[in-house]
Design a protein around this ligand. Structure first.
Ligand SMILES: *Cc1c(COP(=O)(O)O)cnc(C)c1O
Length: 388
């Protein structure tokens, strides 16, 4: 126990020479900002998720912002989302002067409960933002039917869900807008980056325009031989375009994405197989009929079995050289949301209960079996030592 052992980090990026080659190419080509590699990367993602259109931006937060704007969300509107999410989901709604209305989750999946969404709809509701937590798709058949029936837009926060399938189709092909993240720790990374996919041509054009100063469509070509110097600003937009350097990183990652996902899936199933016999943990479900993207492996502690809570368990694992993380603290319990909307503990009991016992285990393509065995062995040992 006293023996110093190597630290197993929560996350390590998965890159090789191909990322360096792609990024060097971008630099040598002279296209440092949005150019041909961004177009190629958009095409790769668009095909991967079987959407008609894809627009690259510089984060998923930006993707959510411009998608909600293109969905017609404005001041005074309400947008329904999950309290079990990252700050960015609520923030994008706030950017538009709209109100994030929260609907509690399904305790098993950690995803928003369509029944709770329906109860939260008012005359001011414009859109629903489902979050596919950990890469497990939300109940899309129910959400699509609800959105259609109540004439609401669906804007998915698919930051975890590149590669997820449900309803016989990929996430990214079904909603009005789907927003992906290519942040450093996400399954496919461009360092910082995001993407909006949609099947609606006009919506895609609007998203593209909003992501670059509200300028006319081809403005980015204005420094090329065929481009024109003249452009028009049609509306107020933002500065959210992706660079070719980032897209180069993304193209290299996209080429290895199938193997990244296969490795993640194998590791996730191995965690489940090795931990299943221990009654101290609830393991993440992988329901039939879905493809889970396994962005995260979220373990939940059973308070009836263990004497230690989430915070202590994270500290104990840290002492043993195992890095973990926590996804997510409930959105409504952050100071901003308490202050601005008067939320209190108890408002979304399922989110609070599940969040309070959740720990994300190390999960990345380069995690080797020996390290995974050590994570599992340590967890089982701690569970034995800290039983009630
Ligand atoms: C990472 C993340 C985001 C934000 O993605 P960025 O690309 O960093 O803006 C949004 N929602 C969820 C659920 C995330 O995990």
């Amino acid at each position: 126990m006293a023996r110093a052992r190597q630290h197993i980090p929560f996350y390590v990026p998965w890159t090789d020479r191909t990322e360096i080659v792609q990024m060097t190419q971008a630099i040598r080509s002279g296209w440092l900002t949005t150019g041909p590699k961004v177009g190629l990367f958009e095409d790769r993602i668009r095909r991967m998720v079987r959407a008609r259109h894809a627009v690259a931006v510089n984060s998923c937060t930006a993707a959510l912002h411009v998608s909600l704007a293109a969905a017609g969300v404005g001041p005074g509107d309400e947008v329904i989302t999950s309290p079990y999410t990252f700050a960015a989901t609520g923030e994008a709604i706030l950017y538009l002067g709209a109100r994030p209305v929260l609907a509690d989750i399904d305790s098993t999946t950690l995803n928003i409960d369509p029944g709770a969404v329906e109860s939260a709809i008012t005359r001011r509701t414009r859109a629903i933002v489902p979050v596919h937590i950990a890469g497990l798709p939300c109940d899309m058949p129910a959400l699509l039917a609800l959105a259609r029936r109540r004439r609401l837009k669906l804007v998915d926060d698919a930051a975890h869900a590149l590669g997820s399938w449900v309803n016989g189709r990929p996430i990214g092909s079904q909603s009005d807008f789907t927003c992906f993240s290519f942040y450093a720790t996400k399954n496919l990374t461009t360092g910082e980056g995001g993407m909006v996919t949609t099947n609606d041509r006009e919506a895609a054009e609007r998203v593209r325009r909003l992501s670059l100063h509200g300028m006319t469509h081809d403005a980015w070509k204005r420094y090329t031989r065929t481009g024109s110097w003249r452009y028009d600003v049609l509306e107020m937009g933002f500065k959210y375009n992706m660079t070719d350097i980032a897209a180069g990183l993304g193209l290299a990652q996209a080429a290895k994405f199938p193997s990244i996902q296969a490795r993640r899936r194998r590791l996730a199933r191995r965690y489940t197989a090795l931990l299943a016999s221990c009654d101290a943990f609830d393991l993440p479900p992988e329901p039939k009929g879905v493809v889970h993207a396994w962005h995260l492996y979220v373990l939940r502690l059973r308070p009836g079995v263990l004497r230690v809570g989430r915070d202590e368990m994270i500290a104990l694992l840290q002492e043993q050289g195992i890095g973990t993380s926590m996804h997510f603290l409930p959105l409504h319990l952050h100071s901003l949301y308490r202050r601005r909307f008067g939320y209190r503990r108890g408002d979304f009991p399922k989110t609070e209960r599940e969040s309070a016992r959740a720990i994300s285990l190390p999960l990345y393509p380069g995690l080797n079996r020996a390290d995974q065995d050590r994570v599992v062995g340590t967890l089982l040992d701690l569970a034995r030592r800290h039983r009630r």
